[in-house]
Design a binder for this molecule. Sequence first.
Ligand SMILES: CC[C@@H](C(=O)O)C(=O)SCCNC(=O)CCNC(=O)[C@H](O)C(C)(C)COP(=O)(O)OP(=O)(O)OC[C@H]1O[C@@H](n2cnc3c(N)ncnc32)[C@H](O)[C@@H]1OP(=O)(O)O
Length: 253
Amino acid sequence: MAYKMENNDGIVTFTIDRQEKRNAVNDEVMEGLKETISYIKHQQDVRFLVVTGSGEKAFCSGGDLSEFHSLHTEEEAFSMLSKMGHILYDLATLRVPTIALVNGAAVGGGCEIATACDFRLVASHVKCGFIQGTLSITSGWGGGTYLFERGLRHDHALKMLIDAKSYNAQRLYEMGWASVVFEGSKEKALENFIVDMREIHPSVHQAYKEIQLRNWKEKNMYERVMEEIRLCAKLWESDAHNEAVQRFLNKSK
Ligand SMILES: CC[C@@H](C(=O)O)C(=O)SCCNC(=O)CCNC(=O)[C@H](O)C(C)(C)COP(=O)(O)OP(=O)(O)OC[C@H]1O[C@@H](n2cnc3c(N)ncnc32)[C@H](O)[C@@H]1OP(=O)(O)O
């Protein structure tokens, strides 16, 4: 199984479990995340969603390039990108607080998943970045749109996207992307982060999220996410993108 899902006393944890691929997202992971979100929507007792990755090397390395490089045309790319884009939109608009427990590198689409969450708890050894530019594409799951809504200084957010490089945990905190930088076990970091929130009635959490979502509706977030995905799909079919993916896949051969 490419993922694990558990509900521990109202804390639902979704763990991508593909360490050999640095927890890259394939179809099975997408389906698992979709089912997890649907479960949360129908389960009254869920208080939090936590997204994390197995091991210490990666939270998530983005889309699985070895699987998705078979998608060539703009339409083929749009189909895959919009599938994950819808899942991340559902995650970003959940009525419970969502937490990315960033145990290892979060790059490309991995950085988008973390950005779609309300909070990012980042292990001190970790580097994260919107490295899609190095593949001659933009963020394709809506993560750029979420980044501009996360309260980072506009120039910091834009630079993160157009530098297309990974930043260390301290810098991610200074820029306002990381909510917390932690040392030691991720379980302890999570426990510390939610200790006060757990004392508050869930209806209060839901009400605050409702306020945020009303604001996003007014800003046409859904349409903006879909437009971002369309732009990425256009770049996907370029020679420059194909060549960059081939270089990545051939690097260890
Ligand atoms: C498709 C959506 C799009 C978006 O909307 O954003 C994307 O996500 S594009 C994909 C962006 N991701 C990448 O470009 C992959 C970047 N990966 C890395 O930079 C590194 O792997 C890492 C995450 C920083 C980890 O580095 P390290 O610990 O040194 O591991 P390796 O690089 O040696 O990788 C080990 C192993 O895993 C394979 N791998 C890693 N990432 C992916 C991936 N995204 N898809 C497929 N396979 C991946 C890598 O090829 C190695 O395989 P082997 O050589 O067979 O061991």
